[in-house]
Design a protein around this ligand. Structure first.
Ligand code: C2E
Ligand code: MG
Ligand code: MG
Ligand code: MG
Length: 288
């Protein structure tokens, strides 16, 4: 068990095995109550049309404001949520909160009327019948405009149970939602798996863009993925645009959409709302 020090903090020594284990055990104890306690929140990260500079969508990214540990990233607690089963409740809350938020933005800002929202969905949410039914219930509400909802699933999540995953995705898609393959290129699925998926969008893992200027293989793969997506008539979002050189590379390749700290980082709803409001014609003010 993790001990708390005088300030109520868990003792964190370093990343060695035992201490990491007790840290995880402590978070696991706190996680089930976190949602009801209002400690979970969503940041939104803009997705940018690289041709116009417009914000065309936002990705919802969950955070946990832990009372003693501060703000935790999803990598710290979503794997735990999968182990504890809290993923079902959290996942329903994430979709519900994100679609309502963005529906509100579409209504309140006329230049954002086409803004879409994307939400990450884990494999477990697709395999649990109860969870799937609740996600479907959210998407069945036409006031949130399900056509403007993108569900992000990783190749790896789908690869473990490909047929069940496709059936589940198709149920969600029947309400109008679109499917994006997240972190594309890093999973274990084959190109034949990709061909079988009802994908609408490829989100190309940031490692390909990061490697583009450094090694010929990454460059060839990024260009190959963009070509493949074009032939399959899939939209493309390249992740991890961190500097102007990378943006120039993507523009040179005719890539449709990008996401990354250089374009716009994730921010709380108030900050993203201000960014959207400052844009005209759905164009963010300070994006090149
Ligand atoms: P992801 O869906 O691939 O999200 C992109 C991650 O990259 C986010 O990290 C984002 O903050 C980060 N990022 C954005 N731009 C850049 C950039 O230019 N450079 C770099 N290095 N990173 C960038 P975050 O928010 O920590 O999320 C990590 C992962 O946690 C997500 O990866 C997603 O797989 C998962 N996740 C987040 N929210 C949820 C959720 O609501 N449900 C589920 N199941 N998973 C979630
Ligand atoms: Mg994602
Ligand atoms: Mg991703
Ligand atoms: Mg990722």
């Amino acid at each position: 068990m993790a001990k708390r020090d005088g300030k109520g903090r868990y003792q964190l020594f370093d990343a060695r095995g035992d201490d990491t284990m007790s840290y995880r055990a402590a978070l696991r104890t706190d996680l089930p109550a976190a949602l009801a306690a209002g400690q979970l929140g969503l940041d939104y990260q803009p997705v940018i049309d690289l041709g116009s500079g417009a914000i065309v969508g936002v990705e919802a990214l969950v955070r946990w404001d832990h009372p003693t540990q501060g703000r935790l990233s999803p990598a710290d607690f979503m794997p735990l949520a999968e182990e504890t089963g809290d993923i079902d409740e959290i996942g329903v809350w994430v979709l519900e909160t994100a679609v309502r938020q963005v529906a509100g933005w579409r209504r309140s800002m006329s230049h954002c009327k086409d803004l879409w929202v994307s939400v990450n969905v884990s494999a477990l949410q697709l395999t649990s019948a109860k969870s799937l039914a609740r996600l479907e219930g959210i998407l069945a509400d036409p006031t949130i405009c399900p056509q403007r909802v993108v569900l992000e699933v990783t190749e790896t999540a789908l690869a473990t149970n490909i047929d069940g995953g496709i059936t589940a995705i198709n149920r969600l898609k029947s309400h109008g939602a679109r499917l994006a393959i997240d972190d594309f290129g890093t999973g274990y699925s084959s190109l034949s798996t990709l061909a079988a998926l009802p994908a609408d969008i490829l989100k190309v893992d940031r490692s390909f863009l990061a490697g583009h200027s450094k090694d010929a293989a990454s460059a060839a793969m990024l260009e190959g993925i963009l070509g493949l997506a074009g032939k399959l008539q899939l939209e493309v979002i390249v992740e991890g645009v961190e500097d102007v050189e990378q943006l120039d590379v993507l523009r040179g390749l005719g890539c449709g959409m990008g996401q990354g700290y250089f374009l716009a980082g994730p921010g709380p709803s108030t900050v993203i709302e201000a960014l959207l409001a400052a844009g005209t014609g759905n164009r963010a003010p300070d994006l090149r």
